[in-house]
Structure formats: C-alpha cells, structure tokens
Design a protein around this ligand. Structure first.
Ligand code: F6R
Length: 607
C-alpha cells in the first residue's frame, strides 16, 4: 500500500506535497512525511505518525521558524500503511542514507530486505528504522560510491532488490529526482505547473492533463526532459494517457464524509454508466469490442467487495444464460484450476491489489481468456489482462468500496448480457428487455437512499451495543448479505457474519439471543419467512430490508412495480444501499472514522 508523491516545480513544494498526500491518504494513514530540497543543497524532512493535517502543521511551524525560507520546489512525500515495523516516526518515510544526502519514499515490499540489510550493515551502514524500505536509501548510497549519478545508482540498487517497488529518490547534492517502478503503481507527468510523480492520478490530476504509467523495471529521471531507462539502457517511453478525472472535484461538496458523498452519488453514477453502455449491449457490440474468444464457462476472481461484485456477475451469467460459473478468492488463487474455454473476469477497483495480480500470474489460462473489470484503465491489472472494461465509477476516496461496487455490478452485467446476446445464448429482444430493467436501477437506488435515510437512524440506538450481527439472504440475495456483513465489520469494528438464511438452523442459530441484530434481505423468496420466524422466536432483533412494510422498505418491491424480469438475474442491487447506510450510521454512532477505518487501506498492494 502506501502513497508516494514527488514534485519539481517553480514554487514551494510543501503545499503541493501536502495537498497530494491528502488525496493519497486513503492508501494508508499510519504515518506521513516529506523531504524537501533546500537551496543550500540539503534536505529538510518532516514526519508524523498522525494524519496529513498534523504534517501540514509541522511544516507551517518549520516555516515560521524560518527553515522553509530556503526550501525549493523539489520534494518527495509518503503516506504509510505499515507492513514491516510498527507505526513509529522512525519507521515513517522518507528514509535517508547514512549521510543524509539521499532520501527515498517507497511503496511495495522488498522481499530480500533482511539479506540486503545484513550485507549493508556488514559494510557499516547504520539503519535508523525497522522497515524494509530503508535498504533502498542505503543501497543507493552504496552504489553512488562507484561514481555515476543518481539514475545509475537507482538502477544498480533496484537490480539487487526482489519484490515490488514504486520508489522516488531525491539527491540533496545534485538535486536529481529519480523514480523506479516494479509491480507497484507509479505515474509520472509534466505540465506547465511542474514535474510530478504519484502512486495514483487522483493525487495530481488537478495539475496535469496527461500522464505516463511506469512499467515494470522502468527507471526515469524527472528532469527537464524525462530520461526513460530499463536496466541502464534507454527505452521507448510509455504512451501519454489523458487523466479523465482532471478537474474533478475531490472535495466533500457539503457532505460530512466521503463515504456519505459516494453513497449518494450512486444513482447518478449508475445512470451515467448505463447511458454509456446501453446502446452496445443487446447488439453484442460491447462484447465484440473486447475481442475475446468464445467461452463455455465463467470464473470471477477478486477480493472483498470486488469479489462480491464478481459473484453477482457470475450469478447473472448463470441465471440469464445458463453458463456454468464459479468464483475464486484471489488470495487462494494458487490452487485454482481453470477449465478450458473459461472466461476469467478479474475484478479490482484499484487494479493494483497484489492478491489479484498474483492470482492472474499463477493461473494457467491455456485456452481461457482474462478480462479485467477495474476502475483504473492504466492500472497494472488492466495492462496485464487480455482485455479491459472500465467500470467508470469516478474517484472513490472513502476506503470502503460503495459506488465502485454498484459500478462493477452494472458494467459486469452489461458485459454478461452483451456476451450472451453475441453468442446467441439469449435473443436480442430478451436482451433489450433486460437493458430496460437496467435503466430502472438509478431510480431504485435513489428510492433506496431515501427510504434508508429515513428508516435507519432511529434503529441505531437499539443495536449500537450489540457485539455481533448476522446478515441473511436467499438465492441472489446471499451475496448482498455478504457485502452488508463486510461493510459493517470494516466500519464499526464489530463482528458480523452472513449466511444463506436456510443455513441458520444448521449451526449459526446458536448465536441468536435476545436482541441479537439479524439483518434479513427479503428479496421475495417466501421461505425466508420461516427463517425470520426462527430468529424472532429466540428474541433476535430482525431488521428486514425489503418491500413496503419492512423495517427498511428500500427494495424496488416497495414501489409496487417489481422488475418485470424478476429479481434473480442480478439480485436486489438496491439492497446494497441500506447495507452501506446501516454500516455507516452505526460506525458514526460508535465514533469511528468512516473514511479511514483502522488497519485498512484502499489499495492493498501486498500479499
Ligand atoms: C471493502 C473494500 C475491500 C476491497 C478489496 C479489493 O469495502 O473496499 O474489501 O474491495 O480490498 O480491492 P480492489 O477492488 O481494489 O481490488
């Protein structure tokens, strides 16, 4: 995880680094730090185990003390999600070499750090932290001793490293700034405002229109011109990509937090995506554009919320077109066997999740094809897949995935319908009727928001002190129950589990006692009534999400006009809204930071 940023600009670097780090904070918020070049040929560094706001105050204090008067427009910054070493200031980036000449920021894992550290310590390098990243600054220091500049030293240093890295190194002596990437995302860009590098385009989108995504092994010197090399030899630079979210507001726009904002953006996001995709669904052209081979079965893979979205899509392939389907937890991908002629759909909103990237590396695809469904078309996953479909959710800043789930489901279902129509598993007229149903989703989501905002806040007092929560569904509702339990766990830090409602009596019913909150997604299967009765008989507090008369009447059923095609194709998508709002309201009542839940980060680039 971690967020990396660097700049070389005419004005002061500090305000830019702080702004960019704020936008990268979702990648980790265990500590933050910057190193800025001074006009005297040294660097000033500031680090904190608190949030970026504290870092900004520290930098202001430095300025008031007169230190930053000599600072230049060149600097590097970092926001950390701890993997190696505790959350301490000593472990916070930037890390220095023994002399203070070299500062580095790093995202990734140096797998042979223990070995490298032992070698460097034997050569009398003194380490100041416990983190793997610190070997990078000392390796560069070591390589600089053989002559050559920073780019050569970074090339030689990274040549000795195993693992993954997005590194930017700053040389106080020459003022050089060099970036290196391998299996961790890093983008570089130049505009009239200056030269930039960042883990994520969102961090710098307000200053640049075009950027270049570094490829594995690239080393680039961020000077007047960019010098692109790999293993010391010049390489063709990657293409310029336009930053589609440049100018997009990253503010809260009056909302209390990003999660609340992103929940409310769902109807509009869904409408935009459906408008864009609809003309290409029933005629099969969306599928044709992907240029993928014929398939006999579908397998989805991903982690967390993306895996849940994948399961909805897999269910849609099955229920709409009788396509055999399966789902795969990416972190367990090493044991998976892909049958011939499988369409493998890898889902990841960031496109950088290490478990997903490892799984696609490990899979023996043979005659099967891999399509990426991601929110970032320049991501590593997008580049490695045979084809890519962008779910176009727009920037999602809250760590908990909300609108990207809805965007993935809609985009994936659209692809399923288009594939099924193109391969004549369903006829075009039937596909068109499904598209009509897709077009109803924005209204259903808007209705779900209104109903949930009314029904959920009064429930919170009653359930706030529960130590555990159960989520139940049946059929296509089960995966939404899974998503509800995941959201509640990550935001409230309380235990929550989901079960197919029928499984309750085979064990989990023992958990139910007086007052146990049991959230039931009632998507119309009449057998759920007896499962609800089993809970009520034991004094459980049933919170029914369903049609009119439910505790939370948020489903389309309550509009009196259920989807003509029935609910089983992609399940009650709007049920995710009350589940998100329930988790958020409970978390806020418990005093949690809903945008930055403890121990988590949005982009999980370690296995
Ligand atoms: C939950 C959540 C995580 C992510 C998971 C995969 O709210 O955000 O479970 O869904 O870490 O991340 P991506 O989609 O980036 O691969």
């Amino acid at each position: 995880m971690c967020g990396v940023v660097a700049c070389r600009m005419p004005g002061a670097a500090a305000p830019f680094l702080v702004d960019a780090l704020r936008l990268l904070e979702y990648r980790g918020y265990d500590s933050a730090g910057v190193a800025i070049l001074t006009t005297a040929g040294t660097t000033v560094s500031s680090r904190t185990t608190h949030r970026v706001d504290t870092l900004e105050r520290q930098l202001d204090a430095l300025e008031q003390a007169g230190v930053t008067g000599a600072l230049s427009g060149t600097g590097i910054g970092h926001t950390r999600w701890a993997t190696h070493g505790a959350v301490t200031e000593a472990n916070a980036h930037p890390h220095l070499d023994c002399t203070g000449r070299i500062s580095i920021v790093h995202n990734g894992i140096i797998e042979n750090a223990v070995e490298l550290r032992a070698q460097l310590e034997a050569e009398r390098h003194v380490f100041a932290s416990e983190v793997d990243s610190e070997v990078v600054s000392h390796l560069i220091e070591h390589e600089l001793r053989s002559g050559g500049g920073l780019r050569e030293a970074v090339t030689a240093a990274t040549g000795r490293m195993r693992g993954s890295w997005a590194v930017v190194a700053l040389d106080a002596q020459s003022g050089a700034l060099v970036a290196a990437a391998h299996r961790s995302p890093l983008l570089v860009a130049r505009s009239e405002k200056g030269v930039f590098a960042a883990s994520d385009i969102n961090a710098i989108a307000q200053w640049v229109d075009l950027f270049q995504a570094m490829r594995d092994g690239d080393v680039v010197e961020l000077g007047e011109q960019f010098a692109w090399t790999r293993a010391g030899t010049g390489v063709t630079p990657p293409p310029f990509v336009s930053s589609i979210w440049s100018g997009t507001s990253h503010g809260l726009a009056g909302h209390a937090d990003f999660m609340g904002k992103e929940i409310e953006e769902q109807p509009e996001t869904a409408a935009r995506i459906i408008d864009e995709l609809a003309p290409r669904i029933a005629n099969g052209s969306l599928w044709a554009e992907l240029q993928l081979p014929p398939f006999e079965r579908v397998a989805v893979l991903g982690c967390g919320t993306s895996l849940n979205a994948g399961r909805v899509i897999a269910n849609a392939f099955g229920s709409l077109g009788d396509v055999p389907n399966s789902s795969l937890i990416a972190s367990e991908g090493q044991s998976a066997i892909v049958e011939p002629r499988t369409l493998v759909i890898a889902l990841s909103q960031s496109g950088e999740t290490a478990d997903v990237l490892r799984a696609i590396d490990d899979l023996d695809l043979g005659t099967s094809a891999l399509v990426a469904l991601t929110n970032s078309d320049h991501s590593t996953l997008a580049r490695r897949a045979d084809s890519m479909l962008n779910c176009n959710a727009g920037p999602e800043i809250g760590v908990a995935a909300t609108k990207t789930f809805v965007a993935q489901v809609i985009t994936g279902v659209a692809m399923a319908l288009s594939a099924l129509a193109a391969t004549r598993r369903i006829d075009r007229e039937y596909a068109r009727r499904q598209v009509d149903d897709l077009r109803r989703i924005p209204d259903l989501l808007a209705h779900a928001i209104a109903a949930s905002q009314k029904a959920i806040p009064p429930l919170i007092d009653e359930i706030r002190d529960a130590q555990g929560y159960l989520f139940l569904g049946r059929g296509s509702g089960v995966v939404y129950a899974a998503e509800g339990a995941l959201k509640l766990k990550e935001l409230s830090y309380r235990w929550a589990e989901h079960y197919p409602a029928g499984e309750l009596k085979h064990g989990p019913l023992a958990l139910v006692e007086a007052g146990t909150p049991v959230v039931v997604i009632d998507s119309g299967d009449r057998r759920i009534e007896s499962n609800i009765a089993e809970v009520s008989a034991r004094g459980g507090r049933v919170i029914r999400i369903g049609g009119a008369g439910s505790t939370i009447p948020a489903l389309g059923l309550s509009l009196g006009t259920p989807m003509p095609g029935g609910i089983d194709r992609w399940g009650p998508l709007e049920s995710v809204v009350p589940l998100q709002i329930l988790a958020r309201e409970l978390a806020l009542a418990l005093g949690r930071d809903v945008d930055k839940p403890r121990n988590l980060a949005k982009s999980v680039t370690v296995e």
